[in-house]
Ligand binder design. Structure first.
Ligand SMILES: Cc1cc2nc3c(=O)[nH]c(=O)nc-3n(C[C@H](O)[C@H](O)[C@H](O)COP(=O)(O)O)c2cc1C
Length: 359
């Protein structure tokens, strides 16, 4: 629902539906949309997290949820600035996971707000990125504004490309990850429109036969076990194609605390919108990035067979070396970016549920 933009003289009450409609356009893992809002006072909104919707083997300690929360906070603040409002925020481990306080600022501006509706995850191969665009985007950031850093790499050399293709290709081997993810795949337009969440099948970058095989594998457990090696090869192939010519935006933070995930999410949201404004497309590479944190804290070894661990160790070493990442900073998240071959077809776009907003 694209509401008409209120004027900058509107009251916060008049502006809120427009601001929150933009807030929920921010990304969440599998488009699970785990956040709802409560208005506590005329200027204060609380954000609630639905842990059941967000339950996923790749969301331990709600790390992905806090990454998404950071993106929601940044997106809200960009939309609010457009209407002359500043946001200050706090976040917490328990609900409400964030409190947003709005204050009037006649000078607040945001050129990025119109791009919130244009930002999508694009899983297709991209046309090669241009170095000047990539450096132009990072040059726009004020580094002190975020408690996370971004490192860029372009182009991705063959060694790193093959290593990351292997780590992305490990997704089918991560315990329960296919089961958890496929729950969110919507195999028909009717299902997309009924649920207004999850991933439309046409957004996954699969060939027709691959999509059919996936549909069957979701339906029949025995087939899933049988097709796992094929899925691994397919995931590896898709990642290698996806990384060729792409630029990497790698996000690091001093630790893997909740604050670091929120800050990474805020920074990533801004960069993703800057990329969109520059006509670029992006796709998160969570399996190749967040897993590197789990390699260090021991969670990864509970997820993949021991024989797979050296691939992640190698990915971590190569990335740290290429991007000159220094301890204690660790890699939390990554996006690949490049020029889209064409606009995403409408059926590949994700939808959003109506905003849940209590007074
Ligand atoms: C924390 C997080 C992790 C994600 N990980 C991946 C990923 O590994 N691969 C991928 O293709 N998309 C990933 N996504 C993208 C989401 O699936 C996508 O944002 C969501 O489906 C909404 O679609 P949209 O970005 O087009 O609005 C991730 C998003 C978030 C917020």
């Amino acid at each position: 629902m694209n509401l008409p933009e209120p004027s900058r003289t509107s009251s916060l009450q008049q502006a809120l539906p427009w601001i929150l409609t933009h807030a929920v356009k921010s990304p969440s893992g599998d488009n699970c949309q785990p956040f709802t809002f409560v208005q506590k006072s005329p200027n204060e909104i609380h954000v609630l997290h639905d842990a059941d919707r967000a339950r996923h083997v790749l969301n331990p300690n709600q790390q992905c949820s806090f990454l998404a929360l950071g993106q929601l906070i940044e997106t809200t603040s960009i939309a609010a600035a457009r209407l002359g409002w500043d946001i200050s925020f706090t976040h917490a481990d328990q609900n409400p996971v964030a409190k947003l306080v709005f204050t009037r600022n006649e000078n607040a501006q945001s050129e990025l707000a119109p791009w919130i509706y244009q930002r999508h995850t694009d899983r297709r191969p991209f046309l090669p990125a241009e170095a000047s665009v990539i450096s132009g985007i990072t040059a726009k950031l004020s580094p002190k504004a975020y408690g996370a850093r971004v490192h860029t790499l372009h182009p991705v050399d063959e060694t790193l490309l093959q290593t990351l293709a292997k780590t992305e290709g490990a997704l089918p081997d991560i315990k329960d990850s296919m089961e958890n993810t496929t729950e969110w795949i919507r195999f028909s337009q009717r299902e997309v429109e009924r649920t207004r969440d999850g991933l439309p099948m046409w957004n996954l970058g699969l060939r027709t036969m691959e999509a059919f095989a996936l549909k069957m594998a979701v339906r029949y457990q025995w087939l899933r076990t049988l097709t796992r090696p094929i899925m691994r090869i397919q995931a590896r192939r898709m990642a290698a194609v996806a990384l060729r010519g792409a630029a990497l935006f790698c996000f690091t933070a001093p630790d893997s605390s909740r604050t670091s995930f929120v800050e990474t999410g805020r920074l990533a949201a801004r960069i993703w919108l800057e990329l969109t404004a520059a006509g670029y497309a992006a796709q998160p590479f969570t399996t190749s990035s967040l897993t590197l944190t789990w390699l260090k804290d021991g969670y990864l070894k509970t997820l993949v067979p021991a024989a797979h661990l050296p691939v992640f160790t190698q990915a971590n070493e190569v990335l740290e070396e290429r991007l000159a990442i220094k301890e204690p900073h660790c890699i939390l998240w990554m996006l690949r970016a490049g020029r889209p071959p064409s606009p995403l077809p409408p059926r590949a776009l994700t939808l959003r549920r109506p905003i849940v907003f209590q007074m």
